[in-house]
Design a protein around this ligand. Structure first.
Ligand code: ACO
Length: 324
């Protein structure tokens, strides 16, 4: 019997404050037309000053636990994907573990910027497949607004805050691709491209967090080609064609990157979960936020095949094929 990681529950949290493109027009020299045309973003959620990544992660986690119908003491692992932790240490994951009264098991953060959730999902899946954990809470949570230079119009219009979570549970099945669970994960990084999207500071260099700076045009170009490659690899690895995918759940950076990937798959946009217009780019939180929205509104149903993909700073990129 093969062990698979099944998603038994999803949850999410968005801070109540909404920042529209019209609001941004008052902060920097930009326009609703430019932001909409270049990115597809119309509005985004921004956390309150006293609301941390950990607070948002906790809210999403509670949601996912309720959806899964389990108790926190049945969880034996917490992995949080984030680039914007509450503190340099300890991790956001231990805060979540402590606040939820999860009695034991592993807890740590993963940092792969916008690809963080796919990395965290992969790590959790591997722990489960190896029999080292039975139920892992995987969270993507970010307060990107705290890393943005609010005077830099090239980045401040793109990034936003929020959190999403899933609970993975070990289940034995031998049904091949028809069986529920994560069927494959594919991770990549190219550290030679680390300057393309980075912060201007850090703990062991400037002593502060710095701000996001991005060579947007180059990132865009690589995003489209890396996404196409990893999605193709995922389909070939599982011996399927794109028409077998029920839903594409992509990282929400830019509607043009999302459409380009759907185009390469010959997939209609009706089968793509899009939240970038309302959520902006919430980095590691964007995929679990999109997943939870589509599960709760009934678009994603049990038994459907999901293709998850992301690309971000590093550069890093990756994909996962999941039978929900
Ligand atoms: N409002 C108005 N004008 C602007 C703005 C703005 N907010 N920002 C830039 N401009 C101007 C530029 O100054 C430039 O003007 P110029 O021609 O006079 O020099 C012009 O608009 C075009 O700028 P580009 O950067 O070439 O615009 P582009 O079409 O490439 O769109 C964007 C920019 C949206 C950033 C796009 O390149 C993109 O989405 N890149 C990928 C981002 C991404 O996917 N990141 C993924 C991971 S994020 C992570 O890992 C944290």
């Amino acid at each position: 019997m093969a062990i698979h990681s099944i998603i038994i529950g999803t949850g999410s949290y968005l801070p109540p404050k909404i920042l529209t493109n019209a609001d941004l027009e008052k902060i920097v020299d930009t326009s609703d037309e430019w932001i909409t045309q270049r990115s597809g973003i119309k509005e985004r959620h921004i956390a309150a000053d006293d609301e941390s990544t950990g607070d948002m992660a906790l809210a999403a986690a509670r949601n996912a636990i309720e959806a899964a119908g389990i108790s926190p003491d049945e969880i034996d692992g917490v992995i949080v994907a984030t680039t914007t932790p509450d503190r340099t240490f300890p991790s956001v994951a231990v805060k979540v573990q402590g606040e939820l009264n999860i009695p034991s098991g592993l807890a740590f953060d993963v940092q792969a910027v916008c690809t963080g959730f796919v990395y965290a999902l992969t790590v959790a899946d591997n722990f489960i497949k190896l029999g080292q954990a039975k139920r892992i809470l995987v969270i993507g949570a970010e307060k990107m607004s705290s890393l943005v230079n609010w005077e830099d119009r090239t980045t401040c219009v793109l990034f936003a805050d929020g959190a999403g979570a899933v609970i993975l549970e070990a289940k034995e099945n031998n049904d091949g691709l028809d069986g529920q669970g994560i069927h494959s994960t594919h991770l990549y990084a190219n550290g030679k491209q680390r300057d393309m999207l980075q912060t201007t500071g850090g703990v062991s260099t400037t002593g502060d967090n710095g701000h996001i700076e991005m060579q947007g045009r180059d990132v865009f170009k690589y995003a489209v080609s890396y996404m196409a490659d990893v999605v193709k690899e995922t389909l070939e690895h599982n011996n399927i064609t794109a028409d077998k995918i029920d839903w594409l759940v992509p990282h929400q950076a830019n509607i043009r990157i999302i459409s380009a990937t759907a185009d390469k798959l010959n997939m209609s946009m009706d089968k793509v979960v899009v939240t970038v217009d309302r959520h902006g780019n919430t980095s590691a939180a964007s995929i679990p936020l999109a997943l939870d929205e589509a599960v709760r509104d009934g678009r994603i149903k049990r038994g459907q095949l999901l293709l998850i993909e992301a690309m971000g700073g590093g550069l890093t990129w990756g994909a996962a094929l999941v039978r929900f």
